[in-house]
Design a protein around this ligand. Structure first.
Ligand SMILES: [Zn+2]
Length: 371
């Protein structure tokens, strides 16, 4: 399997040769992907997705980015992990990640959405390779992560420039490659309060979603009132909220979840399966998902692991990419949830969320202010 590392490095060299400043490029032609899902190997029919994990990181590195957004540089995420499990950080080893996602393939999994983007060392070439080798569909993210991991030129870029960067990822390809993003996210929002850069990032993400028809996934650490403001901004850019996944919101208080359901967005339970297992938390996840199904919200529920750290991998005692299928879904079934509802949550909702809308013109904004 070390060949794949070598192959990825070779692709990396090719990609670096392709990098050139965004400002020097003309506006891209926007493909009409309406009714399709865009994977790293190109558009596919939503019916081909199968069971889908909407919020994962096949590869991730939490190093603050050094490349300027206006001159994006391909940096491979791949580097061997130390032999000592305690010293391992992020998910940067091709063979380790391949082994981990094959577990999902082997239980009938179809698609993994990798929501790394600018900020989490997204690697389009490694994602394309691992999709081919594993046989899983992989959908790649775009946009900007939490403020602590914003690229160094984030302060001075305008909403228009940020929009253009995301649109190119979807319409042309990311980081000098021709590999295209299929979702805008996870868009990092921490808030308390929402900063200018966060407001620019949210607005640019929404505008790019409008222009390309791409879906969105928001990383939410902000309080409810700010979350509603985020949804207001997205809506003001002409994006239907049923194309928006609100990550990290499942299992919060019922008032927060209800507010999101009422706006039409998806509530996502994620970040689970961290060693040591089993966790008391599992019962809480099962109970809160069950309560929301009983309240009639099955069509807006998303479940994913958000695998992003070593203790979540099976080889380190975690639940890996199959924890939901092995622990959470059986727990829901034991409470009487039907196979039909499970299929809604694991297949129908992701395929609906990931399906592109038709490209549209940006909505004219009254004020130039980001927020
Ligand atoms: Zn997140």
């Amino acid at each position: 399997m070390k060949t794949f590392l070598a192959l990825a490095q070779l692709f990396a060299m090719i990609a670096v040769g392709l990098n050139h400043p965004v400002s020097a490029q003309r506006s891209p032609k926007i493909p009409n992907l309406a009714g399709k899902v865009q994977t790293v190997w190109g558009p596919i029919e939503p019916s081909k997705l199968g069971p889908t994990l909407m919020h994962e990181h096949i590869f991730i590195n939490f190093k603050p980015p050094t490349a300027m957004l206006l001159a994006p540089t391909y940096v491979s995420v791949l580097e061997p992990q130390p032999a000592d499990p305690k010293k391992r950080r992020g998910l940067t080893d091709f063979d380790q990640s391949l082994k981990a996602i094959l577990d999902f393939k082997n239980i009938g999994g179809g698609t993994i959405v990798d929501v790394s983007q600018y900020g989490l060392t997204r690697d389009p070439l490694a994602l394309k390779l691992i999709s081919r080798v594993s046989g899983l569909n992989v959908v790649m993210g775009s946009g900007f992560y939490m403020k602590s991991l914003h690229p160094p030129d984030m302060d001075k870029l305008t909403v228009e420039q940020l929009t253009d960067i995301i649109v190119r990822d979807i319409a042309v390809g990311a980081l000098g490659t021709d590999i295209r993003a299929g979702i805008i996210g996870e868009v990092g929002v921490v808030g308390k309060p929402l900063t200018d850069n966060e407001l620019k990032s949210i607005r640019a993400s929404a505008r790019a979603a409008r222009i390309t028809g791409a879906p969105m996934s928001i990383h939410n650490f902000e309080p409810l009132d700010e979350m509603m403001k985020v949804l207001d901004i997205i809506e003001s850019e002409g994006v239907d909220l049923h194309r928006v996944v609100m990550s990290h919101t499942g299992g919060r208080d019922v008032k927060t979840m209800d507010a999101i359901f009422n706006r039409g967005a998806y509530v996502e339970w994620d970040f689970m399966g961290q060693a040591p297992l089993p966790k008391a938390n599992d019962t809480r996840v099962i109970d809160s998902v069950y309560a929301m199904i009983q309240a009639g919200h099955a069509a807006q529920i998303i479940l994913s692991h958000d695998v992003c750290i070593q203790p979540q991998l099976k080889e380190n005692g975690g639940g890996g990419y199959t924890y939901i299928h092995e622990i959470i879904l059986p727990g829901l079934k034991a409470k009487g949830v039907t196979d039909e509802v499970i299929k809604t949550i694991m297949e129908t909702n992701p395929s609906r969320a990931l399906t592109f809308a038709a490209p549209a013109k940006p909505v004219k904004q009254k004020s130039k202010r980001a927020g």
